[in-house]
Design a protein around this ligand. Structure first.
Ligand SMILES: *[C@@H]1O[C@H](CO)[C@@H](O)[C@H](O)[C@H]1NC(C)=O
Ligand SMILES: *[C@@H]1O[C@H](CO)[C@@H](O)[C@H](O)[C@H]1NC(C)=O
Ligand SMILES: *[C@@H]1O[C@H](CO)[C@@H](O)[C@H](O)[C@H]1NC(C)=O
Ligand SMILES: *[C@@H]1O[C@H](CO)[C@@H](O)[C@H](O)[C@H]1NC(C)=O
Ligand SMILES: *[C@@H]1O[C@H](CO)[C@@H](O)[C@H](O)[C@H]1NC(C)=O
Length: 472
């Protein structure tokens, strides 16, 4: 199977869409009328998930073994997906999400890499050429962009053992036809003042008879921090259009980002460890796995691939802001272990803190555990899926309201485990059901009399045709 490039949308031409799930109300109606169809529905739901899994497994295997193959579509003008091809100046925009956009102002030909005159083929018939760029580490924004067709590669983010003023970006380009290089540019890009990056740009290659291979292995090596302190980086962003994965080394103890944003697709995101105030990872059709330490916000978004993460959330109780985790995928499981900590003027604290966790999925399970959370912390959890179970283990310090919603007759297990009072005041743990009908359970859980605790946080779990297990 070849993954063909759809030149009209500039995206690889395969996509897996979930069938629209029936709306809750409609489903419930049907269900009430004929309870026995429930099991069949669930069976087909599971069958569907299995098929998607196998399909994806196949895709990943394929990705791992070969370079992707890009077919040539005729009838397209040669068009650069970067700064217009005028004499020496380019101008274009890189859009950073909805809010910011960075103009690529000063991309000049002399800041672009030269391609070699002669080819050295390896045993697989590929040539490889290496280029290195240096980006000042004190830049407000450090970025990496890939634009245009034929884009396929991997970004490996590491830290070296040497102090330096620059991050080193090395790009190793492998290709099977030197003519292909005429349609590729690797350039150092200075955007606005203080915004420095490297861009990989491509135009449609000249029509040719055979299918090309080109692959970019990109490594970003941050320097060591000065002395024993971790390196501080203000803002690092990648926006890799095409087929790109990301790897991040074990950086959390030696590198502290204010903000990190990684965007790729079709290849996995693997993060040994990463520490930042803000993290935003978007990677369609490929799994996101890793260990995070986050102070403000962690957003993970993919589709048709799993999310499997361990997260430490550090909430600053002095600024009254909530620390949040938002996870979105479909058709593949979400699994998260989220430890909550609070701190007060730099010192870790054993109480308070405000946290929000949201996990949305469809046709696949959601499993979230909270191994630890401060006393009197405010936790708001919202987990949703369809056709699959939700499994949540709150920490024993959790206090607040809960709402659990499944299709009627689907099993719900809601329990509070006996245990010692975390405040050591010999209080008893209370689990009170206020309401239970039509697949909806509502109640409160709190320590002692719960005057304040009862309304502190909230847990909302919602699935259609799936079981729910909620443990406090
Ligand atoms: C990323 O770089 C590190 C350090 O150079 C290396 O050990 C690791 O194998 C690389 N990972 C990938 C996927 O290339
Ligand atoms: C930083 O690294 C570059 C590339 O390895 C090297 O040429 C340069 O001398 C280094 N600068 C310092 C201050 O060590
Ligand atoms: C990550 O690096 C830290 C030191 O920087 C080390 O203590 C820790 O064991 C490493 N973790 C892993 C999983 O390699
Ligand atoms: C997360 O950290 C654990 C050790 O703390 C390590 O075993 C695991 O491989 C890490 N996850 C990833 C995706 O690197
Ligand atoms: C938790 O909150 C209660 C009520 O406000 C307070 O009495 C108690 O001291 C707090 N516990 C901690 C450890 O701060």
């Amino acid at each position: 199977m070849a993954l063909l490039y759809d030149t009209s949308t500039k995206r690889p031409a395969y996509e897996v869409f979930p069938s629209p799930s029936p709306s809750l109300a409609v489903y419930e109606e049907r269900h009430r009328a004929r309870p026995h169809i429930d099991r069949r529905k669930r069976f087909f739901g599971h069958l569907f998930v299995l098929c998607v899994f196998l399909g994806l497994l196949f895709l990943f295997k394929l990705n791992g073994r070969h370079h992707l193959e890009f077919g040539h579509e005729v009838g397209h003008n040669s068009h650069w997906y970067y700064p217009h091809h005028s004499e020496s100046h380019w101008s274009d925009e890189v859009t950073w999400g909805e809010h910011n956009s960075v103009d690529l102002l000063e991309v000049t030909d002399h800041s672009c890499a030269e391609w070699p005159e002669v080819e050295h083929l390896n045993s697989e018939g590929l040539s490889t050429v290496q280029h290195t760029f240096e980006l000042p580490i004190d830049s407000e924004i450090l970025f990496l962009v890939a634009r245009g067709p034929l884009m396929d590669g991997n970004v490996n983010i590491t830290q070296s053992d040497d102090e330096n003023d620059s991050a080193i970006v090395s790009i190793s380009t492998s290709y099977d036809d030197a003519e292909l290089l005429q349609s590729i540019k690797l350039c150092k890009v200075a955007a606005r003042k203080g915004e420095n990056g490297v861009g990989i740009f491509s135009s449609h290659p000249h029509p040719h008879h055979h299918i090309h291979h080109i692959h970019f292995e990109i490594s970003v090596a941050f320097p060591k921090g000065s002395g024993p302190s971790p390196l501080v980086v203000s803002d690092f962003r990648t926006e890799m259009k095409g087929v790109f994965g990301h790897q991040v080394a074990n950086l959390s103890e030696t590198l502290s980002f204010n903000s990190v944003s990684l965007k790729g697709a079709y290849r996995p995101v693997e993060i040994k460890s990463l520490q930042a105030r803000y993290v935003d990872i978007k990677s369609a059709h490929s799994p996101i796995e890793g260990n995070f330490t986050v102070k403000k916000s962690l957003r993970l978004s993919t589709a048709n691939a799993h999310i499997n993460v361990a997260v430490d959330l550090l909430n600053d109780k002095t600024d009254e802001d909530t620390t949040e985790v938002i996870m979105n995928t479909a058709n593949s499981p979400i699994e998260a272990s989220i430890s909550l900590f609070s701190f007060d003027s730099g010192e870790t604290s054993s109480s308070d803190g405000a946290y929000r966790v949201r996990a949305h999925n469809a046709n696949a399970p959601v499993k979230i555990i909270f191994p630890t959370a401060p006393i009197n912390s405010t936790v708001r959890l919202d987990a949703k899926t369809t056709m699959a179970p939700i499994n949540v283990q709150m920490h024993n310090t959790f206090e607040g309201a809960f709402t659990v919603h499944t299709t009627p007759f689907d099993k719900q297990v809601i329990v509070a485990e006996e245990g010692p009072d975390p405040e050591e005041r010999d209080r008893k743990r209370n689990l009170i059901f206020d309401d239970f009908h039509g697949g909806i359970s509502k109640g409160h859980v709190y320590w002692g009399t719960g005057e304040l605790g009862k309304h502190r946080g909230s847990t909302r779990l919602d699935t259609v045709a799936g079981q729910i297990s909620l443990k406090f």
